[in-house]
Write a protein that binds this ligand. Sequence first.
Ligand code: UD1
Ligand code: CA
Length: 456
Amino acid sequence: MPLSVVILAAGQGKRMKSGWPKVLQPLAGRALLKHVIDTARELAPDAIHVVYGHGAEQVRAALKSEDVSWVLQERQLGTGHAVLQALPGIPDAHTVLVLYGDVPLIRRGTLEGLLKLADSKTLAVLTVMLSDPSGYGRILRDARGRIRKIVEHKDASQKELRVRESNTGIIAAPAKLLKKWLASVKSNNAQGEFYLTDVAAIAAKGKFHVVPRLAHNESEVLGVNDKVQLAQVEAAYRHERAQELMLGGVTVIDPARLDIRGTVTAGRDVQLDVNVVLEGNVTIGDRVRIGPNCVIRDTKIGADTEIFANCVLDHAVIGPSCKVGPFARLRPGAALARDVHIGNFVEVKNAQLDAGSKANHLTYLGDALIGKDVNVGAGTITCNYDGVNKSQTHIEDGAFIGSGSMLVAPVRIGARATIGAGSTITEDAPADKLTLGRSRQVSIDSWTRPPKRKKS
Ligand code: UD1
Ligand code: CA
């Protein structure tokens, strides 16, 4: 059957106590709602409808590039009312899968299992056994194990509150039936809302099948209502990603102190020390070692490279057998070939260093093209910005840049040239020669140190 997914994302999330709508709160660097949309897309549905309302402009702006149909729920009158807003746009012959913008870790496989149950006479409900079900709707079953009713925490009796089987909120049913059931949902309950959960009792009374499917994994159905739960979900996500890496052969010194906020591909015998943060798309080659406290975003690291402690790498491409850090910063456009060494307090931006080149201390390399086996001395700066425009520095193979040199771009240093320490280079330096750009040293014979003034 064709599939339409409806994602509920209109609520304010009062319990978040935030200026942002709840579904935009970040989990692993992506909005909660974005996680749900991405998972929905894995099911290859015919349509994804996102019901939005609270913080409408912020939500639309944050997710403007998503190819989904946006359904405005002007007043948030409850989850049942929210689904009702999307249904007119869904053909009767479709199966509807309802997801929640605040249940971000739900997995494709679980949803596929649920969808298998939703035939033309059935409402399928994803449930979960929770050790602490407070706040969740409770599943009340009949003697045959079918769902008789779902009761919200706030409406439940003492006896019902003892039920541990809880409603995840996620359901699947034929569109035609859902339209019929929702039309008779009322708001006479503790919160005065139109509850989606009421369709369970309506369907059961109408002699339809209301079939539960138990989720195996508690963390994938965790709902995020406040910042405590947001941190719990973040921890669950972090734990899963670390587990995947370790099962793939990566040594993680402490999985609780590794943050993965994107997609990481890693080879074998990679070692990740504590407090490493990996964001976006990060690719790590075999035997790479990453020291403590490194933040690495959208970066590729070649095999056998070592990143020492406290580096920040952002949109960099690093070849094999390099050494980077400690305390190095590679900014977008930094491209290191093999065997390159970037040492402490070196910043590289939009600069290529070819094989075997080294910049080991206190240096800024921006907008530069650096050849093979170049040695850049401590305190070298490519002066790439004149206050208006950026210019290129070209350093050819085998050049040696003495410490404390200012290379005022645009400028070219020829192959095997040597630049004397402390030079300010404003003209191209020829190959194979020593070039100096500094004033001569003088010593003044007649000079004496001034006497110390008496304090009054
Ligand atoms: C809901 C379920 C509860 C379940 C829990 C699981 C109902 C009535 N209750 O409760 O049984 O155990 O989820 O996490 O369905 N939303 C709208 N429009 C509205 C109201 C809500 O789009 O008018 C959206 C919210 O943005 C949110 C989702 O629906 O993404 C759930 O709403 P929320 O208020 O968090 O429901 P819970 O109290 O968690
Ligand atoms: Ca919720």
